[in-house]
Design a binder for this molecule. Structure first.
Ligand SMILES: Cc1cc2nc3c(=O)[nH]c(=O)nc-3n(C[C@H](O)[C@H](O)[C@H](O)COP(=O)(O)O)c2cc1C
Length: 337
């Protein structure tokens, strides 16, 4: 397939308008290197590395890999959760700036600090948004683009379908690149997002079922075996609604915070610390769920599990998406007379 040239791909020299989305405990250095090799944008959350030295090592390795391989047209970026309850924002940002990370995705808070630092060396910052109001806030502090997170996404899904969210953002911000996220696991969906005015797609769930992902085979097999009807929202894990697979264990623990937890999350004095506690506890639960053979199966995934039938290498997944995009384009061309 020929390469795609638009404001997103050209800003980073990518072949294809695809982001391998940042996924807590799933994305890793190898997957990002494969993304770079295959001509797309590979990303990971900085929180995947508990110790600053570990994060520093990965950032250094990626910088060296990219510099040593100019023939690979992909690029890489990090996700920083800019919520006040993330105590690592400053130290992680400092390291990312030191190693000149080319691309940032900010989520769950005000991206101002990241944008200011990234601008010092020409990196780009896209902010996760689920509606036009979020987008206006991120725009007012100078973000370069948006990741429009729609219905059915893995993680903190948005409430609106991408078929409405993308054109609505495009109407309000005609000059900003908009990346569609949520429910995309087939190349023809990427084409449809481009035709809506999107500049690319951010794909998470499809890459969980990759040979390189750092999760148990049980989790990968669940991505293949469960369907879209099995995806439910829970606020028990991070305090913010998050999509998980409705395994027997998920059913047992329930999906809603109890009245006392809700009280602590809403009270102005306890809010920040309680959120930190809930998030720490949630991270631990997700970590436990990755252990092979565990019955505590809290597995984050989006509705695109419906479309995923096989565990494949990251490279095979990317090649398949590109192949399907091409096939989709030909099917469309045939219909125009
Ligand atoms: C297992 C998992 C973990 C995720 N972790 C993060 C994260 O740490 N930070 C973030 O901004 N988004 C996170 N996301 C959301 C993805 O970056 C992306 O927006 C989403 O996966 C796109 O929807 P899709 O899964 O339907 O492709 C996560 C998604 C999944 C499935």
């Amino acid at each position: 397939m020929s390469n795609i040239n638009n404001p997103f791909t050209s800003a980073f020299g990518l072949n294809y308008p695809i982001i391998m989305a940042p996924m807590f405990l799933v994305s890793n250095e190898n997957m990002v290197k494969e993304a770079i090799r295959c001509g797309i944008m590979g990303t990971f959350p900085t929180l995947n590395y508990r110790k600053n030295e570990e994060l520093e090592k990965v950032l250094k390795n990626l910088q060296e890999f990219k510099e040593a391989n100019p023939q690979f047209k992909g690029s890489y970026g990090v996700n920083i959760i800019v919520q006040k309850s993330n105590p690592k924002v400053e130290s992680h940002l400092k390291l990312c700036v030191k190693y000149k990370v080319p691309f940032y995705i900010t989520s769950l808070g005000n991206p101002k600090q990241v944008i200011e630092q990234a601008k010092t060396y020409g990196a780009k910052v896209y902010s996760d948004v689920t509606n036009v109001e979020h987008a206006k806030k991120a725009d007012s502090v100078g973000c370069d683009g948006f990741i429009a997170v729609g219905q059915g996404a893995g993680g903190h899904a948005g409430p609106y379908p991408l078929s409405v969210l993308i054109p609505s953002l495009k109407k309000n911000f005609p000059n900003k690149p908009i990346i569609a996220a949520g429910g995309i696991a087939h190349g023809s969906s990427i084409l449809s997002m481009l035709s809506l005015g999107g500049a690319g797609c951010s794909i998470g769930t499809r890459f969980i079922a990759s040979t390189e992902a750092t999760v148990s085979d049980d989790y990968k097999n669940a991505i293949v075996e469960y369907d879209m009807k099995d995806i439910v929202l829970t606020d028990k894990i991070s305090g913010t609604p998050c999509t998980i697979i409705n395994t027997p264990y998920a059913k047992k623990v329930g999906y809603k915070q109890n009245w006392f937890e809700r009280l602590l999350s809403n009270n102005s004095t306890t809010k920040k610390y309680f959120k930190m506690l809930v998030q720490l506890r949630g991270m631990k639960k997700f970590e436990q769920a990755l252990k092979p053979g565990t019955y505590k199966t809290l597995w984050c995934a989006g509705q695109s599990v419906e479309l995923i039938d096989e565990i494949k290498s990251t490279e095979e997944i990317i090649n398949q998406l590109v192949f399907e995009m091409d096939a989709g384009k030909q099917t469309l061309d045939l219909q125009f007379v």
